[in-house]
Design a protein around this ligand. Structure first.
Ligand SMILES: NC(=O)c1ccc[n+]([C@@H]2O[C@H](COP(=O)([O-])OP(=O)(O)OC[C@H]3O[C@@H](n4cnc5c(N)ncnc54)[C@H](OP(=O)(O)O)[C@@H]3O)[C@@H](O)[C@H]2O)c1
Length: 247
């Protein structure tokens, strides 16, 4: 039977590309994001290519934490259950600490951390009820080391890593899977302003790798696995003078 997957932040970038890859493999999709028009375009694009695809959309700002509960409830009822939820919605800010950008940094934490936690709070009770399901979180290699000018982003992605470790341990005796992905540089708007994007890969390639990892049910992985599995470890020990030149 076709699996049902909800993706947050599916209007652009990785979420959109992942939706396209999943549609090719007959997943039933519940796509959410803040921009309804962009979500409609994603749905039209998918159904244009794959007329039998089943794609539903809903406007959802993951920082509207009550609304996250409502939308997940709605899709649970209308689709008759969700098998996979991908907490993908995320933002980044490229500003040093102490330049009056507290509001921007606060938004990063509200979206990347609290938005993901609200998504987990909404779906985990349903997964527990049927003792199955998979919760996928998109962290980042920025979780491996606090990057200059990206303090809130690195902090948010460490928080996601830690939160997912707790969730995974809480679910140890269940059939519910958790998957935490740590992408390197994937070509999307979130990083297109950056002067250097080492080991950059196109978004559709990134999405294909992510779907493979999700389907394998891996607990954690960098994306792509190589070279970031090695580079990620190196990042933890590189001298500050080297890290200071990044971003
Ligand atoms: N690209 C990379 O190299 C990379 C690397 C590591 C991790 N990641 C992570 O991958 C995820 C996706 O990023 P991306 O590269 O695809 O970035 P992107 O192209 O900027 O897309 C971000 C997506 O998140 C959505 N979003 C932002 N704020 C939201 C909110 N408050 N509520 C709901 N949706 C929201 C955006 O939709 P709307 O603006 O239309 O609402 C958009 O669909 C993020 O968590 C990011 O941190 C990306």
């Amino acid at each position: 039977m076709a699996k049902k997957c909800l993706i947050t932040g599916a209007s652009r970038g990785i979420g959109r590309a992942l939706a396209i890859e999943m549609a090719k493999k007959d997943y039933i999709l519940a796509l959410t994001g803040r921009n309804k028009r962009l979500l409609e375009e994603v749905r039209e694009e998918i159904v244009g290519r794959l007329p039998s695809a089943h794609v539903e959309i809903a406007e959802l700002d993951v920082t509207d934490y009550e609304q996250v509960l409502d939308i997940v409830d709605d899709f649970e009822q209308s689709l008759g259950g969700l098998d996979i939820v991908v907490a993908n919605a995320g933002i980044s800010v490229s500003k040093p600490i102490g330049v009056g950008a507290f509001k921007d940094h606060k938004s990063v934490i509200e979206t990347n951390v609290l938005g993901l936690m609200a998504t987990a709070e909404a779906i985990i009770p349903y997964f527990k009820e049927k003792n199955e399901g998979q919760f996928v979180a998109i962290s980042s290699v920025a979780a491996f080391r606090g990057l200059p000018k990206h303090s809130s982003y690195s902090a948010s992605k460490v928080a996601v890593k830690s939160y997912m470790e707790s969730l995974s341990t809480e679910l140890i005796d269940s059939n519910i899977k958790t998957t935490t992905l740590f992408p390197g540089y994937i070509d999307t708007e979130i990083n297109q302003h950056m002067p250097s994007r080492p080991f950059l890969i196109p978004v559709q390639e990134g999405a294909k790798i992510m779907l493979e990892l999700i389907e394998k049910g891996v607990k954690t992985s960098t994306v792509p696995k190589r070279p970031w599995n090695v580079v990620g470890q190196l990042m933890k020990t590189l001298p500050e003078s080297v890290i200071a030149k990044m971003s």
